[in-house]
Write a protein that binds this ligand. Structure first.
Ligand SMILES: Nc1ncnc2c1ncn2[C@@H]1O[C@H](COP(=O)(O)OP(=O)(O)O)[C@@H](O)[C@H]1O
Ligand SMILES: [Mg+2]
Length: 291
C-alpha cells in the first residue's frame, strides 16, 4: 500500500484543536491532584510537570500510588480534586470514553503487560487500531501491526504467535508493540522490566531509550529498577507522602535529605547501580577513544 493511500485512510481523522494556553513544552501538567479509594487517600495535592521529549522515571515505595497516578493521567481513575492536563486538555473533566482528541496520542504498557491471550500478537496490536481507526482496511491494519512488532524488536513471525508461546521478555515487547500501535507521542510504561532477568531488562531499557530518541517520544516510566533509572531516565520523580516530593536528575535528587530518597539511592543497591553505571560509562569512553 502506498503512502498516499495510507494518508487517505488515516488523514481524515480530525486535526486536534490545540488549546490556546498550551505551547507543547509540558505534555502533562498535574496540579493539586487528590485521589482516594474511600478512606484511603492515595494522592493529596500532588503536582508534576512532564517535559516534552524526556524519559521521566517515576519511583516510590510499593503502594505509594504510581499505577494509580498513571491511570489518573490517562483518565481511568476518578479524581477527587485537582487538574490533569494532557496536551493542554483537562482529562479530569472528561468521561473515560468521551472523545476529547488526545486519547489516540498516547500508548500504554500496563503493569503485568496484559495481552489478550486468545488473540495473536498481531491481533493484539490491531486492537487500538480498530478502536481508533475502524475504517482502516484489513491489509493495512496487518501491515501496521507487523511493522510495530518488528519495531519492538520481535521477529516478524511473532505477529502470528499467541502470548502463551512467548517468553517473558517477548511478551513485554509485544505489549510495547501494542502501545506503539497508534504512533503515540506519549508512552506510559508501568514497571516494564519487572520479572525480566537482568540481561532481558537491560535490553528492554536499551530499546525504550532507542525508540524514545528515534520516535521523539515523551516517556512516563514507572519502575523500581535502579539500573533503569541510571541507564535511560533524563529525570526521576519520587512519590512519597502522597505527593511528588522531588523531581530532577539523579545527582540533583542525591542532594535531597529526604530519608526515602537517601535510602533508595544511597542504600547498598543504589550504590551498586551507581558503580555499574560509572563502570559502563568509562568503558563507553574507552570504546569511543578507539582503545
Ligand atoms: N482498584 C483499587 N481499589 C481500591 N484500592 C486501590 C485500587 N487500586 C489501587 N488501590 C490502592 O491505592 C494505593 C496505590 O496503589 P498503586 O498505585 O497500585 O501503588 P503502586 O505505587 O505500587 O503502583 C494502594 O494503597 C492500593 O491499595
Ligand atoms: Mg503499580
Amino acid at each position: 500500500m502506498s503512502e498516499e493511500q495510507i494518508d487517505q485512510q488515516v488523514g481524515d481523522v480530525a486535526l486536534e484543536e490545540v488549546p490556546e494556553h498550551f505551547d507543547g513544552e509540558f505534555p502533562i501538567v498535574i496540579t493539586g491532584l487528590t485521589t482516594a479509594f474511600g478512606e484511603n487517600v492515595v494522592h493529596e495535592g500532588l503536582d508534576l510537570e512532564v517535559r516534552r521529549g524526556e524519559v521521566l522515571g517515576v519511583v516510590g515505595g510499593s503502594g505509594t500510588g504510581k499505577s494509580v497516578l498513571m491511570r489518573a493521567i490517562i483518565g481511568l481513575q476518578p479524581v477527587a480534586a485537582g487538574c490533569i492536563e494532557v496536551f493542554g486538555k483537562d482529562i479530569t473533566a472528561a468521561e473515560p470514553d468521551e472523545e476529547i482528541g488526545v486519547r489516540s496520542r498516547w500508548g500504554v504498557l500496563f503493569q503485568g503487560g496484559a495481552l489478550f491471550s486468545t488473540l495473536t500478537v498481531g491481533e493484539n496490536v490491531e486492537v487500538p487500531l480498530k478502536q481508533f481507526y475502524p475504517e482502516l482496511d484489513q491489509e493495512l491494519m496487518h501491515e501496521i501491526a507487523r511493522y510495530k512488532v518488528v519495531l519492538s524488536g520481535l521477529p516478524e513471525d511473532a505477529a502470528s504467535k499467541y502470548p502463551s508461546e512467548l517468553s517473558g521478555g517477548m511478551k513485554k515487547r509485544a505489549g510495547l508493540a501494542r502501545a506503539l500501535a497508534l504512533d503515540p507521542e506519549l508512552l506510559f510504561l508501568d514497571e516494564p522490566t519487572a520479572g525480566l532477568d537482568p540481561i532481558g531488562a537491560a535490553k528492554f531499557d536499551e530499546l525504550t531509550r532507542e525508540l524514545a530518541e528515534t520516535l521523539g517520544l515523551t516517556v512516563f516510566l514507572i519502575t523500581h529498577d535502579l539500573d533503569t533509572l541510571y541507564a535511560i531516565c533524563d529525570r526521576v520523580a519520587v512519590l512519597a507522602d502522597k505527593k511528588v516530593i522531588a523531581v530532577g536528575t539523579i545527582p540533583e535528587l542525591l542532594e535531597s535529605d529526604h530519608p526515602w530518597i537517601q535510602e533508595y539511592f544511597n542504600g547498598p543497591r543504589g550504590r551498586a547501580a551507581q558503580a555499574s553505571t560509572a563502570r559502563s560509562k568509562s568503558i563507553d569512553k574507552r570504546d569511543r577513544a578507539g582503545a
